[in-house]
Design a protein around this ligand. Structure first.
Ligand SMILES: [Zn+2]
Length: 282
């Protein structure tokens, strides 16, 4: 789960608002815990399955589940994501925890409500293990293969990266949910994978904007386009031209670029992922 971050859903398509950090940060995972009362006949596996979690997540969060039989009638806490709750000692930074758990500091920052660490924190994508409270193994990425196609004719270095960044435009720290890939206005933009066009039109701050839904609950987004060459509902193949680079909407940097996002569908809406992860693992 490394490199994932969560963006707040604001609409059916889940566009984060750019420029106001408070609006781009979802409530912390620990504040979104649900309560489940154990019913007769339920098992650890059946409860986990009901919430689309792995059993280890529930075991880590609820010591009363670690006995031989489930205590019927008792309440347990159910987090919205797989992961563990940890106790944080005073003075520990997200960077310290990031190194300890092998996860990005900005991801920890975001799933914990964009605040400095307090007494307890949620670490997503890590398994609770019965051997020791300190031993965890990362949950295998469900992600499929890397993208075969790059959205621009040639790979380029991003001028604004993914995650919490200081934007050139606003000089404030905002969550940047994609990569800003520099390219001249008019450069063709291609879909990185086949799928269906979920949105093709104008939507600020993205300007002329294309959203494509792919298999396995994945989605890619292409913003600030000059021209759009596809229409909503259309089927596209990997490498199909969907438009051209432009400067429409409110780009995060003044230099012409493609704002490119990768998201995957989850209970929390469309979760932004680091697009680089889809190209480095090839
Ligand atoms: Zn951008």
């Amino acid at each position: 789960m490394g490199g994932r971050a969560i963006a707040q859903s604001e609409s059916d398509l889940g566009f984060p608002r750019i420029g106001t950090p408070r609006n781009t940060c979802p409530p912390s995972v620990l504040s979104q815990m649900r309560r489940h009362t154990i019913a007769p006949g339920e098992t650890l596996d059946s409860i986990a399955e009901q919430y689309d979690l792995i059993p280890a997540t529930l075991l880590g969060m609820n010591p009363i589940l670690r006995g031989d039989r489930l205590p019927v009638g008792r309440e347990i806490l159910v987090p919205p994501l797989n992961g563990i709750r940890i106790t944080v000692s005073t003075g520990t930074t997200w960077q310290d925890l990031a190194e300890e758990y092998n996860i990005r500091a900005d991801t920890l920052f975001e799933v914990n409500g964009c605040q400095p660490p307090s007494n307890t924190a949620f670490v997503p994508g890590v398994n609770w293990s019965p051997l020791s409270e300190e031993v965890e193994t990362p949950i295998a990425e469900k992600r499929a293969s890397a993208f075969a196609v790059y959205p621009l004719p040639n790979p380029v270095e991003a001028i604004v990266g993914y995650g919490w960044v200081l934007t050139p435009r606003s000089s404030s720290v905002v969550f940047h949910s994609g990569l800003d890939l520099p390219a001249a206005v008019g450069t063709p933009v291609r879909t990185v994978e086949g799928g269906t066009v979920a949105f093709a039109g104008t939507r600020n701050p993205y300007g002329n904007f294309v959203v494509i839904n792919h298999r396995q609950g994945r989605q890619t987004r292409y913003a600030h386009l000059e021209r759009i060459d596809v229409r909503q509902g259309q089927t596209v193949e990997a490498g199909d031209r969907i438009g051209t680079v432009g400067i429409t909407g409110t780009p995060d940097s003044p230099q012409p670029h493609l704002h490119f996002e990768v998201r995957s569908n989850s209970d929390l809406g469309w979760v932004a992922e680091n697009p680089l992860a889809y190209y480095e693992t090839r």
